[in-house]
Design a protein around this ligand. Sequence first.
Ligand code: 649
Length: 591
Amino acid sequence: MDHIAGRAHPASPGLPGILQERAAGPRRLAFRLLADGTSDEAVDWTYHDVYEHAGRIAADLLDRELTGRRVVLALDPGLHYVAALFGIFRAGATAVPSFPPTGKRAVARFASIVVDSAPDVIIADRRLEGRVAQFAAELPATVRAPEWLFVDDAYFLGTAPGREIPDAVSDPALLQYTSGSTGDPKGIVLTHENLVSNCRALEHNMGYEADRVGCTWLPPYHDMGLMGTIMLAVHGGWPLVLMSPAHFVQQPYRWLKAITDHKVTISVGPNFAFDMCTSGITDEELETLDLSTLRQVFCGSEPVSRVTLDKFRERFGPRGYDETSLIPCYGLAEATLYVSGKPTGTPLRTERLDREALENGIVRPAGDATGEPGQVAHIVSCGTVADGHDVTVVDPETLLPVPAGRVGEIWVSGPNVAQGYLGRPDLTAATFTARTAGDDGRTHLRTGDLGFLLDGELFVTGRLKDLVVIAGRNLYPQDIELTVRQAHEQVRGCAAFSVPGEGGEQLVVAAEYRGTARRLAAEGAAVLDAVIAAVTAEHGVRPAAVHFGPVGAIPMTTSGKVRRDATRKAYLQGTLRTLSPVADDTPQAVR
Ligand code: 649
């Protein structure tokens, strides 16, 4: 059996089968957990270790006859998470990746996942044992209470129930919850074929390298951290250095230091992670870094910003970072993960486009003479479409494909496309089996994202739902948000959206202010002026209102994306947290 990265698995055994083969081979490093975020407390597991630990879980699940049932994974990121994932697979159950229900927000979201997925068992760390009763009280009375399986190091040392573990791979393999709204959870149904197909498509992009070493701090309960790193590493047979997301967020330096210490060749992060590194690493720390081993650095999950990439290159180029290694990529959980990425080894491509034309859906190079700052949009290419897949750009209203060089909704077809949303037949039909007006004989996944194809490369411009349509112009909120963040140093997070007003939709900006309410009272007028002046100058639209809230006021998804729709709703309901000197929560009007 061939299990070398980049080549096909002839019998297509699925991930649990691949793990089993690797476990039967020579002992090789599979995962290295940096338990405290540094190399001081590294815990190494071979494929054999993963397989054995997974077997302990699988035996327990089989003992409860859970083949074909759903099991929620509520462990902390780490090695037990990986073991439990493969244990669930080996027992032929469906894994529902989640996180520990600790903290108010996490509990609410966790509860919504449990209610929607109706699992038989929840696997959690032993330390939560005392808190389960409290959590159970959060669940609606109509929900059948799941059993809990508590694990810790001692659990894995214990003897498994004495039963033979069959290779019980049944579909569906996994239920992936999107990171969006708690009130409306959507569980994406993925088969083992989807998981393997996604790995193969990524390996086609990455090519084979004998000495590949990966590093990730991404949460394992999201598509990018799970399908993009843990599964891909097992599929490809190369070691992966793991760090918890919290360790990265506390100190972004740890990510780059791990790359340095373990001679990492491949890593990944959303755009914000690159920003955090650029602004959050001291000069002394910088001196200790060597990023020259990196050959592939994926950047996806939110718009890839030219400004971010330039700053990152300026700061880390002297430490061996080579921008050719950066791979802007695009994907979504509804397509398992991967849809497109820059082919390995090719230069980064950024288009300088006429912003006004782009607002009208037309891709036109910005003229050299274009001097106005707001007139040029820099759009980074997300590369070529995954092997075996196809992207059609479609006019969301007429459902007709648009020609190359026109903006439309990104529709995807191919084996990475998931089966649908659990228990939502209508939404599944509308989203996963869309047909173009001309009907090209295929069904497509409607992504809700906007973009265009140019010379066979995909450029993502924004989200259809988030478009701010004012006076016939289509404004991209992320552009306005960038302007706002750059307008004043005290502004941190930001969301731009529109609300109905006299004479049509009006632009509203909600911004997080880094200081206290008292400080805002003192300098608020200056910040407000700076924001309004910058937005008006760059985008030609004057915000009708600017709302200031404390840091953390703007709702975000668990993967760090701005939830503009939720921000807008909270703003309209007056529940968006405020710092504004205005005592009640009425929007601060622009003078
Ligand atoms: C996007 C996932 C893209 C996502 C990632 C390939 C170690 C190191 C590296 C490694 C392996 C081991 O956001 C992922 C492909 C990673 C290979 C790593 O290899 N999924 S989501 O469902 O949570 O959200 C989807 C939405 O995010 C936005 C779109 O709105 C999309 O619908 N999005 C983007 N927006 C703009 N630009 C992009 N490039 C975007 N990518 C996702």
